[in-house]
Design a binder for this molecule. Structure first.
Ligand SMILES: Cc1cc2nc3c(=O)[nH]c(=O)nc-3n(C[C@H](O)[C@H](O)[C@H](O)COP(=O)(O)OP(=O)(O)OC[C@H]3O[C@@H](n4cnc5c(N)ncnc54)[C@H](O)[C@@H]3O)c2cc1C
Length: 383
């Protein structure tokens, strides 16, 4: 009988893991990949949608395109996880696993920030990005804040990217002079693991007149007075608030008892949880890397190697290193890149200056995943 691998979540981590297992072992494994959604959307596509650079249909990658030997995709909501028994209950049935991998990502708790729903916007979910696409055209004068409400949060460069792209958006519409942009970040510099990238971002903020408020979180909004309340009690007036909401594990993970202090703890070298033959990868863990797709992919590679070695009876896989390359939108149609390793001593991200070459490289990053995971070739749909 083939080994039954059940992967919960078809995001960056689950898609990469199922692809690697299929490539290496095909029908030797029975891989069940479960997600409640009918399509995958890259995190960075939310910025494209909110600024009207792409329509939602152009960024959706339907799971029905997954055709891989040994992989069975199920569009079902996971309602219970029993990590001791490696049993998973969904809206469609029950799955028993020899190897269980939790790749359910991070969700958002919009209620955790008072006033956010009533008086602000968030750009981290697809509905939030869609709403902003309709709100932004109405913003023609006043004060905009891009603000982080809680840590940890996905893709630490994303708030800086949003501020820079907002500058471009307002400039293109001829209203930048009537608008202020401030960025509230919980760090002293925009991307602490990369002083080079941080300095380049700080320079870009100065050049564009974007205010940088370091070491602060937005604790709440007072929609009546139009002020954002920061964690030191100070206030910033706003007319448009673009927030990064509080992150949390999906409710089914919280109910499973697997999370400790909010996230699933794993052995950082192996991604094993404390339950035998149960792994966790990506944003749902507290592995010690930022929450980003490239790190979820790297974790998937480590787990894939361990599962493949187990099936083949070969030597165990190399340890996870928390290595990744992150692309950073600098606006003005330029993209920079940071290469960083997190689990081998203090990270020191190497920064590559924004360039048109890196725009092309980022495009290739997306296109290569579309091809590998979904079998969709050809250029990225533009609109
Ligand atoms: C604005 C923005 C920009 C970003 N830019 C980048 C970038 O440039 N580079 C980068 O590497 N990362 C970027 N990210 C971060 C990246 O999107 C995430 O870190 C990444 O998707 C995490 O991968 P994951 O596999 O852990 O989880 P996810 O990709 O979030 O996948 C989790 C999956 O689990 C499913 N799921 C959850 N609960 C259930 C349930 N109960 N039942 C069934 N299915 C369920 C979800 O539907 C989802 O498909 C960005 C994020 C944002 C918000």
């Amino acid at each position: 009988m083939s080994v039954r691998v059940v992967i919960l979540g078809a995001g960056f981590g689950g898609l990469e893991l199922s692809t690697l297992l299929s490539e290496a072992l095909g029908e030797q494994l029975e891989v069940t990949l479960i997600d409640k959604s009918d399509a995958f959307i890259f995190g960075f596509s939310k910025l494209d949608v909110m600024f009207g650079r792409k329509v939602p249909d152009a960024v959706r990658l339907p799971y029905r395109n997954i055709v891989k030997p040994g992989v069975y995709f199920r569009q079902e909501a996971i309602t219970a996880i029993d990590p001791e028994a490696r049993r998973v209950t969904t809206t469609g049935g029950t799955y028993e696993a020899d190897v269980l991998v939790i790749a359910l990502g991070a969700e958002y708790d919009l209620h955790a920030t008072p006033g956010l729903i009533e008086g602000g916007n968030e750009f981290y979910s697809v509905p939030g990005a869609l709403q902003l696409r309709d709100v932004l055209p109405g913003f023609t004068r006043g004060r905009a804040i891009v603000g982080v409400t809680s840590t940890p949060f996905k893709c630490p460069p994303a708030p800086s990217e949003a501020a820079l792209l907002l500058h471009d958006y307002l400039t293109a519409r001829g209203v930048r002079g009537a608008c202020e942009i401030s960025l509230v970040m919980p760090f002293g510099i925009p991307i602490p693991p990369s002083p080079g990238a941080s300095q380049a971002l700080l320079n870009a903020f100065v050049e564009r007149g974007i205010g940088f408020v370091p070491d602060r979180l937005v604790r709440g909004l007072d929609p009546e007075r139009h002020v954002a309340i920061l964690d030191d009690g100070s206030e910033l007036p706003y007319d448009l608030f673009l927030g990064v909401p509080k992150h949390c594990v999906p409710a089914v993970v919280a109910a499973s008892g697997m999370a400790v202090d909010g996230w699933i703890p794993v052995d950082p070298k192996t991604l094993k949880t404390r339950f035998p033959s149960v792994y966790a990868i990506g944003d749902v863990t507290s592995v010690g890397t930022p929450k980003a797709g490239v790190f979820a992919e790297g974790a998937a590679r480590t787990v894939a190697a361990a599962i493949i070695a187990g099936v083949r009876g070969s030597a165990s896989a190399a340890a996870y290193r928390g290595l990744g390359s992150c692309y950073i939108e600098f606006g003005e149609e330029l993209v920079g890149r940071v290469d960083v390793e997190f689990l081998a001593g203090p990270p020191n991200g190497r920064f590559y200056d924004p360039s048109a070459l890196l725009v092309e490289e980022k495009r290739h990053f997306g296109a290569s995943r579309r091809a590998r995971w979904f079998g969709i070739s050809g250029p990225d749909p533009e609109r």
